[in-house]
Design a binder for this molecule. Structure first.
Ligand code: FCB
Length: 439
């Protein structure tokens, strides 16, 4: 790596992130069914119809996995709790094995000197709640608040930070408008409702955790730099629409108690009645903001209903996801988030990383280059006064990459999905060296 710990302010934290469904092995330990199990079982949704039933078997191998986090000299482990593992029916009686698992997991982090950074929801909605309309049903805010209370009563005393929902855009737009993720819907009304309810659930969970006396609570959103594909006024307006519903909708809701005008143009007719009254909950104060960043998109106008735009293939080098490598976008979002939304609040890069075609023993240089280029931007914006306090890699190890199955490998650690053997990649070794503590 082209950086060391000493290039960052004292106390700056490095971490690695994962999520429950992507690594645990959902079929084990008494977890209930989720909408990802059935989405994956429906032909055409997921590469080879793969699912998270076994994944990395982290459920049984978490001690060794946490050893890997510690041995990389990382400070923070960002993980998520599976709603259906804790409450198999989404509501009602908890699964004692599930609660015990997260209890052990958090203790195992603390034993290794790692800071546990919990995300309450990283996408596997219990099927029983999906049956009731899932994120389109306003009641989800209350169900989510109840889940928050159950899991945090058990582990909330020992975690370092908590965020309710990973990437509200993916939970709502990607899953209800584009149909790429569970529940695979393509409906503007359902999308608008999901976008609003996901924020209502976020605020509700923040209030529940405050009520339990917890601190260091945040929000984690994802961002894609939206650039007009050409100089036309139409393309520029299309990129502004993309930016509004993707990058600004959720931050505006949480930090300003309103939605951007360019997003309301298309969404307002579909929002639930009385939506403005929910901002009192949605703006429940948070202590930090997390940004997940991977790429940019070139956007042109399209001759069809709102948002009337399309993505155009860009010229920059791409990762295995087909995503352009564009580190300037990370600097852009860190800077604008602080300037327009969060002020002096600590910011964390809660996800950044790339999928590579690597095998153990083969060069992992593109990932090292990707990390270097993005960490460099973090360093630059800190020098400009942006309060970035940490940088977390996606991901600790290769895992279930949602609709792309096990094909896309984001890990610092290679996983052989037949033997489940873990093998650190060159990027892992380079990071470990860069993060060696001097004393
Ligand atoms: C993010 C998700 C994470 C993973 C990475 C590649 O959007 O939070 O689960 O899929 O993308």
């Amino acid at each position: 790596m082209n950086f060391t710990r000493d290039d960052f302010p004292k106390g700056f934290l490095f971490g690695a992130a994962t999520s429950s469904y992507q690594i645990e092995g959902h079929a084990q330990g008494g977890a209930g069914p989720t909408h990802w199990d059935t989405f994956a079982a429906t032909p055409g949704n997921v590469v080879r119809a793969e699912n998270g039933a076994l994944a990395c078997d982290h459920y049984h191998r978490y001690e060794g996995d946490l050893d890997l986090v510690r041995d990389a000299n990382l400070d923070v482990y960002r993980f998520s709790t599976s709603w259906a593992r804790v409450l198999p029916e989404g509501r009602g009686g908890p699964n004692p094995e599930g609660l015990d698992f997260y209890d052990r997991l958090v203790d195992a982090m603390l034993e290794r000197g790692l800071k546990p950074a919990a995300t309450l929801y990283h996408w596997e909605l219990p099927s029983a709640l999906a049956d009731l309309g899932g994120w389109r049903n306003r009641d989800i805010a209350g169900w989510f608040g109840d889940f928050t209370e159950v899991i945090m009563r058990r582990i909330g005393d020992r975690i370092w930070s908590a965020a309710p929902i990973n990437e509200p855009w993916c939970v709502s737009w990607l899953s209800h408008f584009l149909g790429h993720h569970a529940p695979g819907l393509r409906d503007i009304r359902g999308t608008a409702r999901a976008m609003h309810h996901v924020l209502l659930a976020h605020g509700t969970a923040i209030q529940v955790m405050r009520g339990l006396g917890m601190g260091n609570l945040g929000a984690v959103c994802n961002f894609e730099y939206a650039q007009a594909a050409d100089d036309s006024a139409e393309s520029r307006a299309a990129a502004a629409r993309y930016d509004a519903y993707y990058n600004r909708f959720f931050l505006s809701g949480i930090f300003q108690g309103r939605y951007p005008a360019e997003a309301l143009e298309g969404l307002e007719p579909h929002l639930p009645s009385g939506w403005q009254d929910d901002f009192a909950t949605i703006t429940a104060p948070v202590d930090w903001c997390g940004l997940n960043y991977y790429t940019r998109k070139l956007i042109a106008a399209g001759d069809w209903p709102w948002p009337a735009l399309r993505e155009v293939e860009g010229p920059l080098p791409k990762t295995e996801m087909g995503w352009e490598v564009y580190p300037d976008g990370l600097a852009h979002f860190l800077t604008t988030t602080a300037r327009e939304f969060t002020g002096a609040l600590p910011l964390y890069v809660t996800e950044n990383g790339m999928a590579g075609a690597d095998r153990p023993g083969q060069p992992d240089q593109p990932r090292i280059d990707y990390i270097n280029a993005h960490v460099d931007k973090v360093r630059q914006v800190i020098a400009d006064g942006v309060p970035v306090r940490g940088y977390f890699l996606w991901s600790l190890m290769d895992n279930y990459e949602w609709a792309l199955g096990y094909e896309k490998r984001f890990g610092l650690v290679h996983v052989d999905f037949d033997s489940l053997q873990r093998t650190p990649k060159a990027s892992y070794d380079a990071l470990k060296l860069a993060l060696t503590r001097s004393c």
